[in-house]
Write a protein that binds this ligand. Sequence first.
Ligand code: SF4
Length: 625
Amino acid sequence: MEMQQRVLFVDPATGFYKTRKYGLDRYFGPADLGIHLVEKHRSLNFGVGIFAGSIFPGSNRMVMTAYSPCWQGYYISSMGGAGLVFNNLGINMLSLVGKAPVLSVLFLNRNHGEEIEVEVVPIDVEAVWGTGRKGVYSLTDHVYENFGNRYENDPRILAAGPAALHTDMGGIMSVPITKGKISSVDTWAGRGGLGSAMVQNHGIVAIIYGGTFIDEDFRDHKVADEWFQNKYNLRLMPKDLETTSKYRYDEKVGTGGTFGVNYATMGGRIMAFNYRTIFQSEDERQSLHKHYILDHYLKQFNEETIALKQQANCGEPCVAVCKKMNGEFKKDYEPYQTMGPLCGIFDQRAAEKLNHHCDAMGFDAISGGGVLAWLMELLLDGTLNMAELGVTRTPRWDIDDFDIIADSMHNAELGCELIDAILARRGILDFREGVRKWSRTNSVGRNSPLHDSLVYIAFSRRGWMVPNQYWVAGALSPMTIMGKYYMVYGNDFIPPRELGRKCAERLKKELILDNLGICRFHRGWAEELLPEVIGSLYDRKDQFIHAVNVLASRLNSRNCPVFWESERNIDFVHTFLKRKRDVDNDPNPELAVWIEKFEKDKVEGAREFWYETLKGIDESLLELY
Ligand code: SF4
């Protein structure tokens, strides 16, 4: 098998391009090579792993690396399936260096083994975003109409929306195109705001790519089945079916996908109304979960999506079919949580309305939803008024008198108004440099900082991130990249020092997947088996693991974490600990010790918890490789 990675460097400032090859010795994939290029050129890189195009399920993820505008540090974001068509370009990575003088579309096409055609074509993108299906969707349509006929095979399009131009939290969206038909199955590289990096740092609003190049990919089913059989006593396909059952359909809970399984099982761990449920009693939360989630929000999902088998994949042939749909709406847990219960929305029609608008405008949906929930609370408690936020209403969050359909829709409409106000910079809103800096500036002269009710992870001077939607201490860990699963988010209480160590271990495991361009939903076999496959095919297993460890330590060397600035973060961890004691009856003696520290002085207790976690992280990642 070929042992090198080909990188196409494109400078959108001039349209100049060149390719460079990297041997499979120091860098093995889109994560380690990508971060190297970010360090060297501050580039934005789009790469695939060495198994792209192979028979391994989940191997066609597109992995993007850049300096994140919102996190203010190096970031790795990824998108399902977009690597399959990218593989037809015959390269492993595209690296954007430099910035187009006016906003443009990047066109890449490789026809029959010839060189890749590269064009940087100016576009009046604000006009396009405002027409048709709006935002990222109309941009996708426009780019396809203008360039699609130049491809022999279906191309793929990466698109950014207005959020990428006007904020630091714009994501990148793409949908599979099959036989000329643009599907509704959005896939996103949302976290890290790399859409904002693409638009603001490189002047590129969309990339269309495709070709006819055929690589020598690993496609030997017999050999693969032998590897699986030896390790798991199951062939590849049965093992993959077993590993991905949560994402397809979990018989135990009678639903499927991240939305279905998480909502079916969370019970009193529900988070709603900008996390204010953490202050409620367990009975109140259980009742909310029963009446608003099980009996309505999840019920609708099960009836409309699961029972009718409205499911799809991300563009690669994958048995997980994790994309759960209702018509044009795709339902993932985290966006439908932040722009669902967190905003006071418990009805699918309302959640669809808000999620769709947020997606069309091109926001990272998790960060966008977290920010909307926070702004709603500021409106509700009167800290900010409607004129300051450029909206015409305040939220309806009164759970004792809540109309699940009408009030959910009211809150969704408020969310849409807030999105428009953010993009138009109405009132005092201006998120161009991120919400954390905005909050700092606008908190002057107030009794407490505005961000005291925003749950976010702070990094460096103005970096910020809305955490993954799990009520656990790990979700707020001081890791070098947060907002994705480079941490432990299981529901157990883990003493902080050990939590830090476990997060560090998780980082290394997740980097194996990212560096191979593998979808983490297949992690049940991939993170263990694929390094061995690298050993069998390239005789480089130890070197690969070493490269991943070096990458982890390299990323950690730039860790610049900031102790939880917001009071809500501290309460989030404090109440998590108390719930572990009072509801889950966790007998760990260390739990009682930590609760006592928080009760004595919650800021000091939290600070100690945070630093202990950081110690655990550092002692695991500071080894000299
Ligand atoms: S699990 Fe989902 S995102 Fe991952 S490869 Fe399969 S269809 Fe794509």
